[in-house]
Design a protein around this ligand. Structure first.
Ligand code: WQD
Length: 347
């Protein structure tokens, strides 16, 4: 039974990936310091998987703690690395903390991989690296633009660090550039759990519809798009999780054709903000979300959606779930959370 470390495995994408790994018979170890999640997520993983993976509360950016943790797990076959700070706005206010955490933890993991080069390494990257791409859909060889935020820069620099480490030490790595992850596990046992006021569109929609927030502000209705609102490629989190397994198994089977490969993970379809709201209204039964137009949000790109042909042709993976399905799963998860007041005390 192969053993896989999921860093940030109590987070949104990490928890869904842990569930998929367990379903495929992998032994899973989760490293998560609860900086952006809650321990109850482990109960949700257990409810779905029927087994409780080992969880270690460890700060992977802390050199001695990270090294002690890895020394105790010297037999890893794979590492799927999600653990990182990921709030775009917060990264602008606290750039040093973002570089120290996101790049510090990455370097410590890569340092361990130097002595364990057979271990497959999957890096959580983001379409943020493309900025506003000139050509749509966006291909993996699209130029990487200067990052719009320190968060996005940690993904760009992270990929460069991995590329150099792979070259120098013969490692095997894949970076997965996510577009917009949304939705929740259909069981409603795990889902997106933003702590504080949600910055992302879909959790704000579901919390607003649940009466936990005021009306949704639609940031900008004067974009040069079909309805004036910005376009993104929204991918169901379960599709995203399954892609991580496919990528890792590619490395474990020695099928990678380059030491460091990069893949976009999206649906290949762009949706405007208004279309996401309409999908929610279709999917959430009698629940509706109130919304109003507001000025554009600084740093937002106009439109981004993935060219998915490389993932399809090389990984043999395609997203299968629709926007409506993701909105239905997101709403079911919000309802399951109940009227638990947001932990920031605001409405
Ligand atoms: C989507 C669209 C907003 C909130 C970010 C990160 C990216 C990744 C995903 C981590 C935009 C609009 C949003 C709201 C709105 N994160 N919106 N009202 O900005 O595309 O991507 O999250 O990896 O790296 O950059 O996602 O959900 O914040 O915004 O109108 O209250 O919804 O303007 O057009 P984004 P988002």
């Amino acid at each position: 039974m192969k053993k896989v470390l999921v860093t940030g495995g109590l987070g949104f994408i990490g928890s869904h990936t842990a569930v998929e790994l367990l379903a495929r018979g992998y032994r899973v170890v989760i490293a998560d310091n609860l900086s952006n999640t809650r321990p109850e997520v482990l109960d949700g993983i257990e409810r779905i998987a029927g087994q409780r993976p080992e969880w270690v509360n460890v700060d992977l950016a802390d050199q001695s703690r990270c090294r002690t943790f890895l020394a105790a797990h010297d037999d890893l076959d794979g590492i799927i690395h999600f653990a990182a700070s990921k709030a775009v706005g917060e990264s602008v206010e606290k750039p040093i903390a973002y570089y120290a955490n996101n790049l510090g933890s990455l370097c410590l993991l890569l340092d361990w991989l130097r002595e364990h080069s057979e271990c497959a390494f999957i890096f959580s990257s983001s379409c943020t690296v493309y900025g506003q791409a000139e050509t749509l859909p966006i291909r993996e060889d699209a130029p990487v633009k200067p990052a719009e935020s320190p968060y996005g820069n940690t993904k760009q620099i992270g990929e460069e660090i991995i590329r150099d480490a792979v070259r120098a030490h013969g490692l095997r790595a894949i970076a997965l550039r996510y577009f917009n992850p949304i939705g929740a596990h259909p069981s409603a046992a795990i889902g997106e759990l933003p702590l504080g006021v949600p910055q992302n569109l879909v959790p704000f929609i579901t919390q607003s519809a649940a009466g936990l927030r005021g009306p949704l502000k639609v940031f900008g209705n004067d974009y040069p798009t079909r309805d004036g609102t910005a376009i993104r490629d929204y991918i169901h989190v379960v599709d995203l999780a399954q892609a991580h397994i496919v990528a890792m198994e590619r490395l474990l089977a020695g099928e990678a054709t380059e030491p460091f490969e990069v893949f976009n993970l999206g649906t290949g379809k762009g949706s405007t903000v208004l279309e996401v709201i309409q999908a929610f209204d279709r999917a959430a039964g009698d629940a509706t979300v109130e919304w109003q137009f507001a000025p554009r949000r600084a740093g937002d790109v106009i439109e981004a959606w993935a060219d998915t042909s490389r993932a399809a042709e090389v990984l043999g993976w395609r997203a299968e779930r629709s926007l409506d399905e993701a909105m239905a799963d997101a709403w079911r998860w919000q309802v399951a959370l109940g009227a638990a007041a947001p932990d920031d005390g605001t409405r």
